[in-house]
Unconditional design. Structure first.
Length: 291
């Protein structure tokens, strides 16, 4: 991060309207510096806090997946607004960053916010500043959870060799087995293919896994061979759907940066943004204003 950039010196802070308070003006302090989700939602062009809630939920999920303390960044509270008790969130600067990056990209206000936060994270590699990087972390976390659930269901229904069962699902979706797919994508043994998939490919696999689990439960499929056949058939059906809508079949999608590097750089962003609101940073800003 450029050390000369502070909240006081950062150019073009985003505003709802030129004569209204901007992002920095809306920040409050009560043990830690925070912004109300309702204020940020309005600043980003949302009609209500509820409409903005999915972006906040995603921010919470990303924090959990990266072992970043949620309570230090997002606090759900009830507060009085014009005589009515409403549910709201206190968001740290990093939580505001994640929420903005997960916002509706078609909104001009969201685009301005993303540019604003990116300036503070200038030392972070460019791909971390894209919403796809945060989406990858989020979907990758969901996939891990769903894979664990599918593994439990499959074993309960009679899978004795999970590697063969897993391979069948990939074979259906990719029209090749895991060994050949690893060679094609350049992923070494011992690393998960999921760690090198982009958002589109991860989403296809998430759909495949959830639908495989649903099929097993609904049809009460049991036994190693029948379960492998079910996993492969679901994979083929997802592949046909992709082809039907004119999408790119997943084996033709390029491998992405290692998800571990993406996670590391998001954590670096967390530290950088947290540092901006540290007591030391506040003293520096105060001196720059009075000097």
């Amino acid at each position: 991060m450029d050390p000369s950039l502070t909240p006081a010196t950062q150019p073009n802070p985003f505003h709802l309207e030129p004569d209204k308070p901007g992002f920095e003006d809306m920040g409050e302090s009560n043990g830690f510096r925070f912004w109300w989700a309702s204020d940020l939602a309005r600043l980003l062009g949302y009609s209500s806090t509820d409409a903005f809630r999915p972006a906040v939920n995603k921010a919470m999920a990303v924090c959990a997946q990266l072992n970043i303390d949620i309570s230090e960044n997002i606090l759900q509270v009830r507060r009085d607004v014009d005589g009515h008790e409403v549910r709201d969130f206190k968001l740290s600067r990093f939580a505001c960053y994640l929420s903005a990056m997960n916002g509706d990209p078609k909104k001009a206000e969201v685009a301005r916010a993303q540019a604003y936060f990116a300036a503070f994270a200038g030392a972070v590699q460019q791909y971390v500043e894209r919403t796809e990087a945060i989406d990858r972390v989020h979907i990758r976390g969901e996939l891990s959870d769903r894979e664990r659930t599918l593994s439990g269901v499959a074993k309960t229904h009679g899978v004795t060799n999970y590697a063969f069962f897993q391979n069948a699902g990939y074979r259906g979706l990719y029209n090749m087995d895991l060994r050949r797919l690893r060679l094609l994508k350049g992923v070494a043994d011992g690393r998960s293919l999921l760690d090198f998939m982009g958002r589109e490919e991860l989403a296809a696999n998430l759909f495949r896994i959830t639908q495989t689990e649903a099929k097993i439960r609904k049809e009460t499929i049991t036994g190693q061979r029948p379960l492998e056949a079910a996993a492969e058939s679901v994979g083929r059906e997802v592949r046909r759907t992709i082809q039907k809508v004119g999408g790119t079949v997943p084996e033709q999608l390029a491998a992405e940066k290692d998800i571990r590097d993406v996670q590391k750089n998001i954590k670096d962003t967390h530290r950088q943004l947290k540092r901006l609101d540290s007591p030391k940073a506040k003293r520096t800003v105060s001196k720059s204003r009075t000097g």
